[in-house]
Structures are given as structure tokens and as C-alpha cells.
Ligand binder design. Structure first.
Ligand code: SF4
Ligand code: SF4
Ligand code: SF4
Length: 291
């Protein structure tokens, strides 16, 4: 007799295997993995990723990243099967890694450095002193030019060590994550701003739009009133013609209470329909009920 466990295995449907498919890395992905991720733009591109894409596409040389230095050039050269060449001096020099330091006595709290920092390494608020978190600073220099009071200094902190000797893979990975998070946050903020602008535009267009046509029900009501008004007008003209011909009714001066009630009811109906009478209902001076 089979063990209960084997019976269970035969009767149960096969378990789904949880396999996460990962797309194979492109050449740009693999080049990006080799870059130091300071996001400094010294390569001539707005961040490390676009530079990696440019190298992969053959649009840029692999010797334009000063923070990676000579070792960085050699890493990419090995990947793409090309010779190791010198760093292009037009992009900068390999140097000990610096950290940004704010002179907090001079800072005016303008926030311009925060906006320039590619890895959100600066904390502060408008009109308040700003501070740099040293562990997060990549030494990219990007906060220096926007400072209107020139209170940010770049201080070398790695002694004689330069390039990849002054920057670990863990630091590069952390900087890459922070940059990705920043880009995602900025994209969200942009989307929200665009949505607000679109809502404002829609509201102002609605305010300027011509008045919407009256609802169908109102149209039908207006048509009905126009028909009745035209009928009353015809009746009035007919009455005038009859009066001119001496054939007008002779009993309008003294009407019975019953007839007066009918006149009042008709006037009330006209009033309810919003129709205008030729004149105020002619109340007889007196009627039969006076007697
Ligand atoms: S570290 Fe700077 S120079 Fe190097 S690839 Fe990144 S952005 Fe370009
Ligand atoms: S604090 Fe300045 S130097 Fe440091 S990462 Fe931010 S922008 Fe670059
Ligand atoms: S740019 Fe300069 S003044 Fe403005 S907040 Fe940054 S450090 Fe302070």
C-alpha cells in the first residue's frame, strides 16, 4: 500500500513554480554597472546612465569619466574589448574624492544647492541653514556653482587615493539607488504639477465657454408657451376685427359669477405658464352675484 504522502502527491495538481524572468543585460546596462555613479555630469552627459548608453551606441568614448579615473577606463575597455587609453583631460582630472561642506554662518537658505544635488545629500528648508550629509555626498561638485553666496567648499577626504581607489562599489550602488529614487520623485512631482495645470486650464476653459444650450425639457416648455401665445394673439386680433365690424361680444361688461370664475382660471393658467395677457384681466364693475 502506498504511503499517504505519495498518494497526496499523485492527486494534487502540480505546484506552480515561481520563476522571476529577468531580461538579459544590455551592453549599456553592463557599462553602467562599471561607472562610479557620482552623477557628476563631467563626462558630458546628464548622468551616468546616458553616458553608458552613449558608449554602447558608439556615440562617446569610454575615457570620459574622471571619478572612475584610469581604473574606470580600464574596466570599460576590458568589457568592450578595446585598448586601455588615458582619461580625456577635457572631461577633467582624476583626483582625491572631495566632500561638499557648507559654511553654515554664510548660508542664506536659498535651497539652490538642494535642487542641484543629484543624490539628495543636502538637507534644509527655505530660509534655513542647509547641511550636507557626508555619507551621501558623492563629491560631484554640482552644488557649488548655484550657491549665490559661495559658501560651499569641496574638501578632499581620501588623501592620496583617487578614482576607484577612493570610492567603493557599495558607495557607487548606494549613489545609484539614491539617484534613481530622486528621478522617480521628480517625475512624480512633474506629473502632479502637470495634472494641476491641466485642471486649472479645464476650469478656466469651462468658465469661458458659451452658455450651454437649455435642456431639452426647457426647450419643449418654451415651444409650448410660444404656441399658446401665438394662439392668444390670433384670438385677440380676431376680437379686434369683430369689434371693428360691430360683431364683438356684447356681454363683456356684466358676466355671471360662473363665467368670471372661468376667466380667473384661464388667467391663472396663463400666469402659471408664464404667458402675458394683453392686459390685466378685465374684472367687471359688478356681476350677477352682486345682486
Ligand atoms: S560619474 Fe560622472 S563622469 Fe562618470 S559617468 Fe557618471 S556622470 Fe559621467
Ligand atoms: S552635496 Fe554637492 S557635491 Fe555632494 S553630492 Fe550633493 S551636489 Fe554633489
Ligand atoms: S546654495 Fe548656498 S546659500 Fe543657498 S542654501 Fe545652499 S549653501 Fe545655502
Amino acid at each position: 500500500m502506498p504511503a499517504s504522502g505519495s498518494h497526496d502527491r499523485r492527486c494534487r495538481p502540480p505546484q506552480a513554480v515561481n520563476v522571476t524572468a529577468t531580461a538579459p543585460k544590455t551592453l549599456a546596462d553592463r557599462i553602467e554597472d562599471l561607472l562610479p555613479q557620482t552623477q557628476c555630469t563631467k563626462c558630458g552627459y546628464p548622468a551616468c546612465r546616458p553616458y553608458a548608453e552613449a558608449i554602447a551606441a558608439g556615440d562617446a568614448s569610454y575615457n570620459q569619466c574622471p571619478p572612475g579615473g584610469f581604473e574606470g577606463v580600464a574596466r570599460i575597455a576590458r568589457l568592450v574589448g578595446k585598448p586601455v587609453i588615458a582619461l580625456n583631460p577635457e572631461n577633467g582630472v582624476e583626483r582625491p574624492r572631495p566632500l561638499a561642506v557648507i559654511d553654515e554662518n554664510v548660508c542664506i537658505g536659498c535651497t539652490l544647492c538642494m535642487q542641484a544635488c543629484p543624490v539628495d545629500a543636502i538637507v534644509g528648508a527655505a530660509k534655513q541653514m542647509h547641511t550636507i550629509i557626508p555619507e551621501l555626498c558623492t563629491g560631484c561638485d554640482l552644488c557649488v556653482p548655484p550657491c549665490p553666496v559661495d559658501c560651499i567648499a569641496m574638501i578632499p577626504v581620501t588623501g592620496e587615493l583617487t578614482g576607484w581607489d577612493a570610492w567603493s562599489q557599495e558607495q557607487a550602488d548606494a549613489a545609484r539607488n539614491r539617484h534613481d529614487q530622486r528621478m522617480a520623485r521628480l517625475a512624480k512631482e512633474r506629473e502632479a504639477a502637470e495634472a494641476r495645470a491641466a485642471a486649472r486650464q479645464a476650469a478656466s476653459s469651462a468658465a469661458e465657454a458659451p452658455e450651454a444650450p437649455a435642456p431639452v425639457a426647457d426647450d419643449a416648455e418654451a415651444k409650448k408657451r410660444a404656441i399658446i401665445q401665438a394662439a392668444l394673439e390670433r384670438a385677440r386680433k380676431k376680437k379686434e376685427e369683430l369689434a371693428k365690424a360691430g360683431a364683438a361680444p356684447k356681454n363683456t361688461e356684466r358676466v355671471s359669477a360662473e363665467v368670471q370664475a372661468q376667466i380667473d382660471a384661464a388667467e391663472e393658467r396663463r400666469r402659471r405658464l408664464g404667458l402675458q395677457s394683453d392686459a390685466a384681466p378685465a374684472k367687471p364693475a359688478h356681476n350677477d352675484s352682486d345682486h
